[in-house]
Each structure stands twice: as C-alpha cells, then as structure tokens.
Write a protein that binds this ligand. Sequence first.
Ligand code: DGY
Length: 337
Amino acid sequence: MYPAMTGSARADRAPAVLASRRFAPEVIDRLRRSFALTLHDADEVMPRARLLHDVRGMRGAMVTPGDRVDTEFLDAAGGRLEVVATLSVGLDHIDVDAARARGVRVAYTPDVLTRATAELAVTMMLALLRRVVEGDRLIRAGTGWTLSPGFMLGRSPAGLRFGCLGHGRIGREASRLAGLLGMQTVYAGRIMRGDPQEVSFDELIATSDVISIHAPLTPETHHLIDARVLARMKPDAVVVNTSRGPVIDEAALACALRDGVIGGAALDVFEREPSVDPQLLGLENVVLVPHLGSATHETRRAMGMLCVDALESVLLGTGNAKNFVVGSGPQNLTTHP
Ligand code: DGY
C-alpha cells in the first residue's frame, strides 16, 4: 500500500483533484488555489499502482497520455469522480465510452497545440530533406569534411508534393506551412469533402514526396502505414509522424528504410514509447525526436490552463469551458486532432 502523497495541505472542502505529473508552475499554482490537490510532483509517468491508489475518492483528475484512463482507473477512482482532463489532444489513452457510461466528463486540449505540433512536423521534414541531423552527427563524430559541390546534398521542399494524411486542425496547419515553403499540398481524410486538394488515400501514398501523418490513433488507423503501403510509396518519399506511433508498423518502416524502399522518416512518436525500434537507431535517413509536438513553454502552459478551466467548470461551476469530449457541456467536440 502506498502512503498518502504530498497533498496541497488544504484542509477545507475544496474538491479533491489528482494531478498526475509536474505541470507548468502557473498551472500547479492555480490547481492548488482551486482544489485540494494531490500532486505527483515528477516528470516521470506515475507508476500504475500509485495512480490507481491516489485516484481513489478524487472528484477530478488531470492526466497525460502516459496515464491509461480505462475501466480499471475509473473503478479505482470510485463514484465521486466527475471529470478527467487530459493534457493532450489525443484521446487514445482514454476509454471515452467507459467514462461516458459512468457520467464522468472528459476534457482535452484542442487548438492551443495546433501551431506547435504543425511547426514540429515541418521542422522535422526540413531537417530530413536538408540532412540537418545527419550533418550534426557527422561533425560530432569527428568525421573529416570539406565544402565541396557534391557534399551532403539534400532536397529543397519547393515543388515537392506534401501529402497530409488526416485533415484535422494540425494537418491543415502543417499543410498551410508547407504551402508557404512552395510545396504542393494534398490531403486524404476520413471524411470526403470534395475539396480540390483532396485525393484518395491510394493516390496520396503513390504520389507524395512527403507523407505527413496527422490522424488520430483508432482501431482503423492502427498500422495504417504497413509494409504493403510503404511498398507503394515513391522510392525517395519521406514519412513524417507527429500523431501516434502505432499508426505506423515501426518494424516494417525500419525494414523499408534499411532496404531503400522509401527515402527517409522523421518520427516524433513511436509504437512503444519511450522505446524505439533498435533498427531505426543505426539508420542515417531517419530523424528521431522524443514526442515534442506540443513541447513549447507557451503551448504546455496553455494546455494546462485549458485542463484547469475544465476542472473548475465542472467542480466549482465557474467559467465556461468548452473543451469537453464527453459530457453535457456546451458542445461535444470531435476527437480528431
Ligand atoms: C497530444 O496532445 O496528443 C500530444 O501528443 C501530447 O502533447
């Protein structure tokens, strides 16, 4: 059994809320002011047993994608739980139906991370096309080099086709930024809209120079990019993933990169985070980033504040938070990033 965690020491009747991670200081301060806070004051994921122990009796919980909110979690929390707010736009770690069935509202953080995540997708694409990380590795390895006409040539984005898989907020913003670089942008989404830039999944895969993934992880998108799909890409195509790792079959991707089936990959997310397929680590045509899509000071602060808005709105009846995916709130937003 775990002893009680460091609490906010509030002995009044403020609603009990669990925060599963060290969120931005301003966010923690606000949580402490509004609630009787139990805080996992660490950057590491809360051990599962600890999470299940500490959530017991809570009326609210603020979590991250590292925390599974499933029936086990909801059972452990018990009937007092009214709201779970996740510091993410992705909801694949939350059993939304189970929460709905128990009348627990679920809040997430759309919009505020759109720009940062799209920027990272484009940054990684450029790093790959212009061989930035490869060059950095070469210098750090002490490898001799001279500026010569044919040395480490990359590709300019202008004129290349940017194929956006998924066309939610982040995908649209990434396409806009790619357009500013002179790229021709097309997309394939879940819902056919009949836009001029819309193409079928098959056409996008076969004709894009850059395939940037912006689809949520669902049973339908799990391993959407597998060996068969990779084989249909252009031999110099590059894949960029800032959505969720399991959308790509990582082992199949590593083989395709090793065998020259495609040109490269830039990955912010992985199938078994924080592990990365060891085959990827030795490949030059790969850029690897540790899930930094929304990782800017401003964005994480804004995400945290949105979570607190939702907690306060449900538990204190203040404000007018609209960022709920489950509940009788002003609107039920889509789960698409
Ligand atoms: C999200 O919002 O889903 C990100 O992956 C976590 O910041």
